[in-house]
Design a protein around this ligand. Sequence first.
Ligand code: NDP
Length: 623
Amino acid sequence: MPSLKYQIGDKVMGRWPGSSLYYEVKVLGFDGKSRLYTVIYKDGTELELKEQDIMSLTSFQVRTRSRSRSNSRSPGRRRSRSRSPARTTRRSSSRTAAAAAASAAAAESTPSSRGDAKLKQAAEVKLSPMQQDKATENNSNDKHQRKEENNTASKVNESGANVEADPEKNQGRYNLRRRKDDGDAKAAEAKSEEEEEVSAAPAPAAAAPASTPLDFGGKMGALFWTLFLPAWVLFLVLQVNQKDPSLANFPPALPPLEAFWDPQALGFVVLWIVFQALLYVLPVGKLSEGVLLRSGKRLKYRTNGFFAMVLSAAVAAAAVYQGVDLTYIHSHFLQLTTASFLISTLLSVYLYVRSRSAGPDERALGGNSGNVIYDFFKGRELNPRIKEFDLKFFCEMRPGLIGWCLINFALALAEMKQQNLDMPSYSMILVNVFQLLYVVDGLWNEEAILTTMDLMHDGFGYMLAFGDLVWVPFTYTLQANYLVSHPNPLSLPVLAAIVVLKLVGFYIFRKSNSEKNAFRRNPSDPKLSHLKRIPTATGKSLLVSGWWGVVRHPNYLGDLIMALAWSLPCGFSHLLPWYYMIYFIILLVHRDSRDMNECRRKYGSAWDEYCRTVRYRIIPRVY
Ligand code: NDP
């Protein structure tokens, strides 16, 4: 970088976004297009900063010294400090975190920093040493508060006030911490603080990285998955109808081309999606707020999924009552799959085209590599919306998920028809009820999806559009589809054992997801005050006890146990109905490593601390 002010490897002082505080950072790179420097803080956090937010160590020291001299010489300033009740040096526990930040901003109101006071309220940070072992593990809120008060030593600000001896000598490791975190223990104050954050938060987009490292095998991987996934769905759909769906009989014979296409099937899929869209826009149910976006805003979502499910079930029941033959879904499975694939591909093209006009704040960090295929696959825009209609949220939760239950129901009817039964087999009932419970639970707790990776981090592109509209409804129904022509009688003890397994998995899954969701929505929730946490540089904390202290992804563990309970009713004569279990292990292991990388990038050393404390990823003492 010959013509640049700062070079790679330079140690400089970097301003923390939205505050007037500077920390020592190392320059990692420079992007000529955005003219942003990538820097790394001591706690491992990487950010992109503008040149004006960086100072050389020497100019910072000169500035600091001259500021502290002028501060100490100004009696007027000292008097005014002592007169102001807001300017106490020690925080009182009864003050809100926002008030504390405001008073800190006032205390530092040099002419140059006065304009930053509002920003400080939202995102002021201070450098507080983190204790390495026991202190973190026993990180109760009280201890946290005390520890922080004892460690005001390390605060450094632009005005040079309170510059103290290098705390590294004491602890060796640091955690950048916003004052917002102080609110974790104060239930009553949390809401207003959170609200303040929405209105006053600076747009940190300019300081955030523009994209994250490529996953899924990079550009070639994205091309591979884009082609392979539909081929795999086709394989499963063709294979499940074979008399002997053994993998040894692979590949099944391809049907003639015209067998893939039926305009009526396309019409039904379109009708289904439109019906679900209508239910989604009905002004029924709660308007839930999503997580805080990089733009500093929160989006609102109509979380009426349970209502949509009930109404859809009523319509399906009425249709059967009126003599509509739902076994059409079984007999036209291939055509319905093709139609859904066509729709998901068209939707992905639309999403890619419209993402070109999305602003930097609106793009997903993972889907903006600049490579067309990769970005098409991963999704560029984080929350594409047509007015208030959120395309990603809708596709994630409605047509595919509710469609999964409708298809399962139709497959149970097809089983009765094909095997001349008065009622579906026990195996079919178990598969139907288990999966219905999973979907109904997801829709009942629909708000919880707002804090999942798909909603928070992944852009909406082919990966999710295909996953939501094709993969979920046409491959998650494989067990029921298999049972239509491959009966597997179950004895009552086996049935009971499978039910118990399902309930155990469901309990772990639901409790852990709800715990994290409640914590992310309101860290000060009194119901969660017993949980230990690790503060991070971003202002969010990480749970280190409760479910999230057992393994790093307790929700995946519960989900995997449930997956096992879904496959067991199909018996062991073929591998095919176990496909979901195998696929799900691969998916969740990969998802876990994606999430680990993402969290490592976001939380730096705080994440390492978490991983040291909670050693296993998904299965205690195994993995
Ligand atoms: P999670 O719900 O596990 O979300 C991961 C995020 O949680 C992290 O990025 C981080 O985000 C936050 N987090 C991680 N550790 C902690 C902690 N210790 N304390 C607080 N927050 C933490 O991920 P998924 O979206 O993958 O899964 C959601 C559910 O959906 C799971 O139950 C999963 O099994 C299920 N699922 C089901 C699928 C299916 O096809 N059936 C497919 C995929 C998922 P941040 O810190 O930014 O808040």
